[in-house]
Structure formats: structure tokens, C-alpha cells
Design a protein around this ligand. Structure first.
Ligand SMILES: [Zn+2]
Length: 157
């Protein structure tokens, strides 16, 4: 990590640092994390940082909140390369990788209007299977419609 990068990633005492978010996705991640209960949470965004691995990336620092596994799963859909550092007393206490779920239920919406999960969404929850990670593709269990990375980010962000 360069000096400049260190400066940008100022330490927080307790919370979560989400690193390696694709450049331009930080705001989608922020929307994903914001919950009416979380009002008052301080979030620092560092956007468009140079990264040796990714070219450009975004970083989010969320004070006082530790991401749940469910949030990390959703995070993976928006930022597949993200790494999650849980911070306690200024130290990294846990590192987690965003891992794309093989099956995801009740989170994504099928884009086919004729799909049973759309027509009967109250009784038939959406189910999508991971088909490909690069590029990201999820396929509807019911009608076979594929969702692209852009569509998935659009739905979640
Ligand atoms: Zn469908």
C-alpha cells in the first residue's frame, strides 16, 4: 500500500472497511448498507483510488457497524472482488471475502414479466442460480432468464 493510499485509508476505531470495490460502485454499496435503523452511522467514501490489482477502486469505511454475512453476500453481487475488514479497537479483527452465493433466494427480481416469480411474487419467491462470475450472470430457476451484472447492480443499488 502506497503512502498516499495509507493516508486515504485513515483508521477507524470500530466498524468495517470495505476495500476493492469496483470504481464507481461505492454509492451502490452504500445504498445496500443503509437501513432505516442505521441512521446516524458515519460512512467515509474514498472513490477512484489507484489500485495495483484493479486499476481503480473505491473504498468504504463504515464506523460502528460490522457487516452481517447477509450484507456481505449482497455486497458480493455488486462488488465481486470486495474484501471486508472488521475493525475493533483500530485493529483488523476479521477479514472476509465477498463470495458470490451459488443460489440466491428472494433478493433479485426476474426481468421477464411472464415469469411465475413475477406474476405470483407473493407466493413464489425468486430463485437465481450463479451461472458465471466473470462476467457475472445469474439465471432464474423458473424461466431461465439471465440477469447481467448491470441488471443486478441496478436492482440492488
Ligand atoms: Zn424468471
Amino acid at each position: 500500500m502506497s503512502e498516499r493510499e495509507k493516508m486515504l485509508v485513515q483508521k477507524i476505531s470500530d466498524g468495517t472497511v470495505i476495500d476493492h470495490v469496483s470504481a464507481g460502485r461505492a454509492l451502490s454499496v452504500l445504498r445496500l448498507l443503509s437501513d432505516p435503523q442505521d441512521r446516524g452511522v458515519t460512512v467515509a467514501l474514498v472513490m477512484n483510488v489507484e489500485s495495483s490489482k484493479m486499476g481503480r477502486k473505491d473504498i468504504l469505511k463504515v464506523e460502528g457497524v460490522e457487516l452481517t454475512d447477509e450484507q456481505i453476500q449482497k455486497l458480493a453481487l455488486i462488488a465481486p472482488l470486495a474484501s471486508v475488514n472488521i475493525i475493533r479497537s483500530y485493529k483488523v479483527s476479521k477479514k472476509k471475502r465477498a463470495v458470490l452465493p451459488k443460489t440466491i433466494t428472494g433478493v433479485l427480481r426476474c426481468t421477464a414479466t411472464t415469469c411465475v416469480s413475477v406474476r405470483e411474487k407473493d407466493s413464489v419467491p425468486s430463485v437465481f442460480f450463479l451461472v458465471s462470475t466473470l462476467p457475472l450472470v445469474y439465471r432464474c430457476k423458473y424461466c431461465g432468464r439471465d440477469l447481467s451484472e448491470r441488471e443486478i447492480s441496478g436492482e440492488l443499488g
